[in-house]
Design a protein around this ligand. Structure first.
Ligand SMILES: *[C@@H]1O[C@H](CO)[C@@H](O)[C@H](O)[C@H]1NC(C)=O
Ligand SMILES: *[C@@H]1O[C@H](CO)[C@@H](O)[C@H](O)[C@H]1NC(C)=O
Ligand SMILES: *[C@@H]1O[C@H](CO)[C@@H](O)[C@H](O)[C@H]1NC(C)=O
Ligand SMILES: *[C@@H]1O[C@H](CO)[C@@H](O)[C@H](O)[C@H]1NC(C)=O
Ligand SMILES: *[C@@H]1O[C@H](CO)[C@@H](O)[C@H](O)[C@H]1NC(C)=O
Ligand SMILES: *[C@@H]1O[C@H](CO)[C@@H](O)[C@H](O)[C@H]1NC(C)=O
Ligand SMILES: *[C@@H]1O[C@H](CO)[C@@H](O)[C@H](O)[C@H]1NC(C)=O
Ligand SMILES: *[C@@H]1O[C@H](CO)[C@@H](O)[C@H](O)[C@H]1NC(C)=O
Ligand SMILES: *[C@@H]1O[C@H](CO)[C@@H](O)[C@H](O)[C@H]1NC(C)=O
Ligand SMILES: *[C@@H]1O[C@H](CO)[C@@H](O)[C@H](O)[C@H]1NC(C)=O
Length: 537
């Protein structure tokens, strides 16, 4: 019942900021398109065999990667179709595929979670046959019934109630994102209008069926606000704002930064642990996304986000002693900063980049790119090519408990501070940040970083009829896999991997074009919503 965040970190003085990662300072609103890799590639001064200068560095070599972006995009579509086909053959219409033994589970009420999560990815990839199957299915769901077998968790019956809010926002986000795309930039797919409108009416039915679950202080209000804006019913957005106000009023450790372990029931903040991974969904992440969604209504969210970002820069920045070139924000316990972060925090790069462009802050851009690089380095130094779940650069802890990772730390700048947390594999946060980094810099390097992850996943995680996380990211083969394909592998990972590689842009991209336009805002589950500030779709 309590959402809590793990703790860890180290306080750095402002002087350490001079180590900030070396990209040339970014300037807001360039008077032209961002430099593209082709432009760089025309200057073969020193190294004629490289297609572009950053294709090889001291610790990586991307020269073997195909430069044909269409073939990269097609390969990702092929992976998406493989995952879909495994699900459709063996798990439809349940929530999840267990790919090793062609079985299924119902982790989210048994309403067909994977289909709702995969729908807008199928739209963006223009896989019309898959879109049609899902659109035919969605109107058949009765959200007033829980189709899942109640499961026992820690002796407590889990059924629907404990995570109803988290469940609901996934289904809602999937329907609203698909609706906006089909009414807007993917109208040319020619989907029957009645089927598109059914998405909105089913979203309303779901919201009405589980309304009581919204009355909590957690979650991502953008889903609910958007439902209100599309249906004209203010009730959902009001619930979201009420919930948010609990968190706004919590005790601050530093301006804008509060503890993250709060009671879902009362909204009370239980302690002073915090960081950019608080709870299930980072509250900080959607403060700036709400502002992008509707800058007039959510001006004070942007002020709160800036306070959090400024306090992060002032108090939380760390550089591993073995790799002072790397920069990351740590977590905090009261005003003690810990040399620790998590895979879940890897979205911070993209979030700072988004804040930089909408608020015209070049310092946020420099940090956003540096944070994105911290996670790129994490994937690079895990032998499997899959980054770890937890990162520590605490040398006291290394020396006392984790000496068998000393050589990893010397090279990588991180070690895994938990011998039971070597698994990982379907995480979207890092590739989300690389996508924002590519969009604002046009630097092919970020595409290559993402492509390395795509290849690593295809090599180590393809098992049976789908994908599953590996057991050990520090072993090249992954040392075997688990038996669960997460719906967010299709909703988030494959979506961001595709968006960064596709050879053309669209108004559904983040940071689109010369002006870095955000006509869509991607929520925490990577469902794109048309922003309120622009012309209605
Ligand atoms: C969060 O607060 C609750 C209630 O005080 C406590 O039981 C729980 O252990 C805390 N979680 C963490 C990670 O500290
Ligand atoms: C934001 O500002 C509005 C209008 O000034 C106010 O009603 C609302 O309570 C504020 N929200 C928060 C979370 O502070
Ligand atoms: C939220 O966090 C709790 C506690 O860590 C976890 O049990 C639950 O599965 C998480 N929910 C989601 C949607 O990730
Ligand atoms: C390092 O780890 C030790 C042992 O867990 C902890 O007491 C200390 O606070 C940590 N320090 C930092 C800076 O993370
Ligand atoms: C934490 O990291 C900082 C550099 O960011 C370093 O100066 C400090 O010694 C580290 N502390 C520990 C316990 O590793
Ligand atoms: C590290 O080792 C100490 C002493 O053996 C132990 O008390 C502590 O729980 C360990 N910490 C971790 C994170 O494993
Ligand atoms: C380090 O030792 C622990 C405990 O024996 C083990 O679980 C872990 O796999 C080892 N890690 C490495 C990188 O060898
Ligand atoms: C992914 O794996 C499949 C099966 O091994 C293979 O046919 C395909 O070429 C791989 N894709 C890429 C991009 O390597
Ligand atoms: C792989 O996992 C098995 C246990 O399933 C273990 O015995 C073996 O040592 C691991 N291999 C490597 C290279 O870590
Ligand atoms: C498939 O494997 C899972 C464990 O990963 C197990 O719980 C389930 O019962 C298996 N299903 C079938 C049909 O064998």
């Amino acid at each position: 019942m309590f959402q809590s965040i793990p703790t860890t970190l180290a306080l750095l003085t402002a002087s350490a900021l001079s180590f900030a990662w070396p990209p040339p300072s970014w300037s807001p609103h360039p008077h032209g398109p961002p430099p593209t890799w082709q432009q760089h590639g025309n200057h073969h001064h020193h190294d004629d065999e490289l297609a572009y200068p950053r294709q090889r560095g001291p610790d990586y070599d991307y020269t073997s990667f195909t430069q044909d972006q269409q073939s990269r995009a097609d390969a990702i579509i092929a992976q998406f179709r493989f995952a879909w086909s495994g699900y459709y053959t063996h798990a439809y219409p349940h929530d999840d595929l267990l790919p090793k033994n062609n079985s299924f589970s119902d982790s989210r009420n048994g309403w067909g979670l994977l289909m709702f999560d995969a729908l807008d990815t199928a739209i963006i990839m223009e896989q019309k046959d898959i879109v049609d199957i899902i659109l035919d299915f969605i109107p058949t769901v009765d959200f007033s019934r829980n189709n899942a077998e109640p499961v026992q968790e820690d002796g407590v019956e889990n059924a629907v109630s404990t995570s109803l809010f988290e469940t609901t926002i996934r289904y809602l986000g999937g329907m609203l994102g698909a609706y906006d795309l089909l009414k807007g930039p993917f109208g040319h797919l020619g989907v029957e209008e009645g089927k598109v409108d059914a998405l909105l009416s089913q979203a309303g039915s779901l919201a009405d069926a589980v309304k009581s679950a919204f009355d909590t202080p957690t979650g991502i209000p953008v889903n609910l606000q958007h439902l209100s804006d599309l249906t004209g019913n203010p009730e959902y957005g009001d619930l979201a704002q009420k919930a948010e106000s609990y968190w706004f009023n919590g005790d601050e450790i530093w301006p804008g930064l509060t503890g993250g372990n709060f009671s879902v029931q009362t909204g009370e903040i239980q302690d002073q642990y915090g960081g950019w991974t608080s709870g299930n969904d980072s509250a900080y992440e959607y403060l700036i996304k709400m502002y992008v969604y509707d800058p007039e209504r959510y001006q004070n969210y942007s002020e709160r986000w800036q306070a959090a970002a400024d306090s992060t820069i002032a108090h939380l920045i760390g550089h591993p002693s073995s790799r002072p070139d790397l920069t990351m924000a740590g977590a905090f316990d009261g005003n003690m900063v810990e040399n620790y972060t998590e895979q879940l925090a890897c979205f911070i790069g993209g979030n700072f980049i988004l804040g930089a462009t909408v608020l015209d802050r070049s310092d946020y851009m420099d940090y956003g790119l540096a944070f994105s690089e911290f996670c790129a380095n994490g994937y690079r130094y895990a032998a499997s090519g899959i980054g770890p779940i937890e990162y520590s650069w605490n040398t006291t802890l290394l020396a006392s408990n984790f000496t068998n990772q000393t050589s990893l730390y010397e090279n990588a700048g991180w070690f895994i501070p938990d011998n039971t947390a070597y698994h990982n594999g379907q995480a979207p946060e890092a590739v989300e940040s690389w996508y924002y980094a590519y969009q604002v810099t046009g630097d092919q390097y970020w595409r290559d970083v993402a492509w390395a992850y795509t290849l690593a996943q295809n090599r180590t995680e393809r098992v049976g009829s789908g994908f599953s996380s590996v057991n050990d990211v520090l072993v090249e083969s992954g040392n075997g896999t688990q038996n669960f394909m997460a719906s967010y592998m299709l909703a988030e990972v494959l979506k961001y991997e595709y968006l960064i590689q596709k050879p053309f842009g669209g108004m559904y991209d983040v940071e689109f074009g010369k002006g870095n336009e955000n006509s869509f805002v991607y929520n925490t589950e990577a469902h794109p919503f048309r922003v309120r500030a622009k012309e209605p779709v």
